[in-house]
Unconditional design. Structure first.
Length: 438
């Protein structure tokens, strides 16, 4: 181009629309390469099988690839995801060694047809991958108590997702209303009012590495005891992969699980635990009342709120009618004019219960309370997951289809964690409780 002769400049414009490459497409390429290199795609093809009529020219892996991309994309809905992906469908499928993008309706029909054996087959491949690359024991973190005993800490909790449903007209001349989410949701409790249609997802997190190990969903408030039993079996398998006894696993649970029935299940699994109790009837037991009449064993001040609690270590107390015992710690603090959000108020005091199997020689009462309150880091991980992947997004109107999506979403999270550690290695933080001063 000559600046002396502006007429020699030739400008051409094209009015045809040109789609921009999605910002998440590069990460899809990285995840696809990683899964191919690790043999995860071939494992899924070989071990996760499903046969149904009119399967068409697509295979199981094609549909799972679509959900993996959906988890990476962060798009709010499958419709928005497909609209962004459609112009680059051949390139997207080629990254995974596949051709042909299943239509969104085809994906929905596939998810609706899935059954329990398919979900468990996919879950087994997911767990096998999670256990295969654990690395040396020091790389998965740990907690050392006052007796220098190592513990692996796990968090189990459930999240609830409410379904928005429009009001439907009713009348004698109209057919009964049919809602698409009736098979995946049920009335449940979201914390504000009852009767909302919700779905509960129970998750298991390795607290040191922030690695997801288990997810399972159920309509309504879910089967909290059954999900805990399944999570405990995963914890036992994880400890076996590390060549550590189950007794050195420590699971933290909130008040939803804080009754004697769950204590019995935890003891039977041989797994250590600390959780907030909700059976305040134990407050009337003579052993507890006798201990509360004595001076407090310790005092604990919350580092953020400044709330000071008196701690009473009651020792081994029966927590079931059958006489099952566990260590019970009672925390008390003065009541205020506002209703206490946690615990039970009697007179001028608020009482909180904590159940644990941790030995008193390794964990004082304040250690147990501090360990439980550090569950706040688990809530942070859930918040990060909601912001980055939002695993509670609706992908299917069936229970099995929704659970497949959530397993794959956790799988993508773990791969992201692993690749970020390889890109910017950080030393695993290890926690050691100081020995008691003499």
């Amino acid at each position: 181009m000559s600046t002396d002769n502006p007429s020699s400049v030739n400008i051409q414009a094209n009015v045809l629309p040109m789609s921009s490459v999605p910002g998440w497409f590069g990460e899809v390429a990285l995840i696809a390469h990683t899964m191919t290199r690790l043999g995860l795609l071939s494992d899924i093809c070989e071990r996760v099988c499903f046969a149904r009529k009119r399967f068409g020219r697509f295979e199981v892996i094609d549909f799972l690839i679509m959900l993996i991309g959906y988890a990476i994309s962060g798009e709010p809905t499958l419709k928005a995801y497909y609209e962004r992906l459609q112009p680059f469908a051949p390139e997207f499928m080629a990254l995974f060694g596949r051709s042909g993008l299943p239509h969104r309706a085809t994906l929905s029909r596939f998810l609706a047809a899935l059954d329990e054996p398919f979900v468990e087959a996919l879950r087994s491949v997911f767990l096998h991958d999670a256990f295969t690359r654990l690395g040396p024991e020091v790389n998965v973190g740990g907690l050392w108590d006052r007796q220098a005993t190592r513990w692996e800490v796990f968090d189990v909790d459930g999240t609830r997702q409410a379904a928005r449903q429009r009001a439907l007209p009713e009348g004698p001349d109209l057919p009964p209303a049919h809602r698409r989410l009736s098979t995946v949701c049920a009335p449940g409790y979201m914390g504000r009012k009852r009767g909302e249609v919700v779905r509960t997802r129970t998750t298991l997190l390795q607290a040191h590495t922030h690695q997801w190990l288990f997810t399972s969903g159920a309509a309504g408030n879910g089967d909290y005891r059954g999900e805990v039993l399944r999570a405990l079996s995963v914890i036992v398998a994880y400890q076996a992969a590390l060549s550590l006894p189950p007794g050195q696993a420590l699971v933290r649970l909130d008040e939803l699980y804080g009754n004697g029935t769950i204590v019995v299940d935890l003891i039977a699994a041989g797994v250590g635990f600390v959780m907030r109790g909700k059976d305040y009837g134990l407050l009337d037991q003579p052993e507890v009342q006798a201990h509360l009449a004595l001076p407090a064993d310790e005092q604990f001040t919350h580092p953020e709120s400044g709330l000071c609690r008196d701690l009473f270590d009651c020792g081994q107390i029966p927590v079931t009618a059958q006489g099952h015992h566990c260590r019970v710690i009672v925390a008390t603090h003065p009541a205020t004019t506002a209703k206490a959000p946690i615990g039970v108020t009697r007179g001028a005091m608020v009482y909180e219960f904590f159940f644990t199997s941790l030995p008193a020689a390794g964990f004082t009462a304040a250690d147990v309370l501090l360990l439980y309150l550090h569950r706040g880091s688990f809530e942070t991980v859930l918040a990060d997951e909601d912001r980055e992947q939002d695993s509670d997004r609706w992908s299917s109107y069936t229970s099995h289809g929704q659970e497949v999506w959530q397993i794959l979403s956790q799988w993508v999270w773990n791969l992201r964690q692993e690749m970020s550690q390889q890109w910017q290695p950080t030393e695993m933080r290890l926690t050691s409780i100081s020995p008691p001063s003499k």
